[in-house]
Write a protein that binds this ligand. Structure first.
Ligand SMILES: NC(=O)c1ccc[n+]([C@@H]2O[C@H](COP(=O)([O-])OP(=O)(O)OC[C@H]3O[C@@H](n4cnc5c(N)ncnc54)[C@H](OP(=O)(O)O)[C@@H]3O)[C@@H](O)[C@H]2O)c1
Length: 297
C-alpha cells in the first residue's frame, strides 16, 4: 500500500506559517505536522520521529519543510536537520524561511532569461537591499552563476558583512559591497550595471524613477516589494517582462507567480526520493528545470 505523504513543518515562528501550509496542500501533500517555535534543541527528536517511523523504502513519503520569518534561525535548523540523518535513514528537506529561497530563485530566472551570463566575460547586477534574506540570496545565486554582484545597503558595513557571509559559502564570488543610502549613491551603484534588483523591505521605496530609469546600462529592473510604495518607483507590482522605456521590468507579483510554481514543484520533488536537501542553489536548479520544461518566466 502506498504510504500517505507527510510534511513536517518546522517553523521558527510561534505560529507555523499558514501560507506555507496552504502551498503544501496545493502541492498535493496528504498530511501536515506543523510545529511552531522550533528551536535547535527540538530538531533531533522531531527528525528522529521522521526517520524511524517508516521503512527505508517508504521514507520518501515523509519530508521536512523549514520555514519562519527568521532566516538565520531557519538556516541553523536546516543545517541541524541534515546533520541528524545517518545512513539510509533520512528524509528529504527544504529550507524556505520567509520565502527567501524560492523568491530569489524566481528573480534569478528572470535575470537568466533577459541578461544571460553565457558568452559574456562580466555582467554586473546591482542588488539594493542586499543585506536582507531575499537580496542576499539573489546575490549568492547570481554570484554562483558567474555574475558580478554589487551588493548595496544604506550602510557600507552592513553590505560588507553580507558580502563576507556569501564568500564563506562561495569563496570566489565576484562581489562588491557598496553604500547606497540616497539617490546619488544609488545612481553611482548603477554605473556599469546591466541589471537592477531591488530587494528592500516591504513598503519602502528605495529609488525614485528618475534615479534608476536614467541609468544608461540597465536592461532589466526587478522590484520584489509588493506593498505600496514599491521599491522602484514606476514599476507596477504586476509587471512581468513589461517594457518601460526600453527596459524590461518585473514587479513583485510578476516574480511571485513564478516563485509559487517553484515552491510547489520543490515540495513535490521532496516526495520523489528521501535524500534531497533543497537550499537556495538546489531550489534554483528546480526552477531552471521548470523553465526547460516550458515555464514562462
Ligand atoms: N514577490 C515575492 O514573491 C516575495 C516573496 C518574499 C518577499 N518578498 C519581498 O522581497 C523584499 C525583500 O524581503 P526581505 O525579507 O529580504 O526584506 P527585509 O529583510 O525586510 O529588508 C531587506 C533590506 O531592506 C533594507 N531596508 C529596510 N528598511 C528600509 C527602509 N525603510 N528604506 C530602505 N531600505 C530599507 C535593509 O537593508 P539595509 O538596512 O542594509 O539598507 C534590509 O536588510 C520585501 O519587499 C518582501 O516583501 C517578495
Amino acid at each position: 500500500m502506498t504510504k500517505r505523504s507527510v510534511l513536517i513543518q518546522l517553523d521558527t515562528d510561534q505560529q507555523p506559517s499558514s501560507f506555507d501550509a496552504i502551498v503544501a496542500v496545493d502541492a498535493g501533500v496528504d498530511v501536515q505536522l506543523r510545529h511552531g517555535n522550533v528551536s535547535l534543541e527540538d530538531v533531533r527528536d522531531l527528525v528522529y520521529g521522521a526517520m524511524f517511523t517508516r521503512s527505508p523504502d517508504d521514507l520518501k513519503n515523509t519530508a521536512i519543510f523549514v520555514g519562519g520569518s527568521d532566516v538565520s534561525a531557519g538556516e541553523r535548523i536546516f543545517e541541524n536537520v541534515g546533520k541528524t540523518f545517518f545512513g539510509p535513514l533520512r528524509v528529504s528537506a527544504m529550507l524556505d524561511s520567509n520565502g527567501a529561497n524560492t523568491t530569489a530563485a524566481a528573480a534569478v530566472l528572470a535575470v537568466l532569461k533577459h541578461v544571460p551570463i553565457d558568452g559574456h566575460d562580466e555582467i554586473t547586477v546591482t542588488v539594493l537591499g542586499a543585506t536582507g534574506p531575499v537580496g542576499s540570496r539573489v546575490a549568492l545565486l547570481l554570484a554562483g552563476l558567474g555574475y558580478r554582484v554589487c551588493m548595496a545597503s544604506r550602510k557600507l558595513d552592513r553590505a560588507s558583512e553580507a558580502a563576507a557571509r556569501i564568500r564563506q559559502r562561495l569563496r570566489d564570488a565576484n562581489l562588491e559591497a557598496v553604500q547606497a543610502g540616497n539617490e546619488q549613491e544609488i545612481s553611482q551603484t548603477l554605473e556599469g550595471a546591466s541589471v537592477l534588483v531591488s530587494a528592500g523591505a516591504i513598503g519602502a521605496q528605495l529609488a525614485n524613477q528618475a534615479t534608476w530609469s536614467q541609468a544608461a546600462g540597465i536592461q532589466l529592473a526587478i522590484d520584489l516589494n509588493a506593498a505600496a510604495p514599491g521599491g522602484l518607483e514606476g514599476i507596477d507590482p504586476q509587471d512581468k517582462a513589461q517594457d518601460r522605456n526600453g527596459m524590461t521590468c518585473y514587479g513583485a507579483l510578476g516574480i511571485g507567480g513564478v516563485k509559487m510554481k517553484i515552491h510547489k514543484a520543490c515540495l513535490k520533488r521532496l516526495f520523489e526520493r528521501n535524500d534531497l536537501l533543497l537550499d537556495a542553489e538546489q531550489i534554483l536548479a528546480v526552477g531552471r528545470e521548470l523553465v526547460a520544461q516550458g515555464l514562462n518566466v
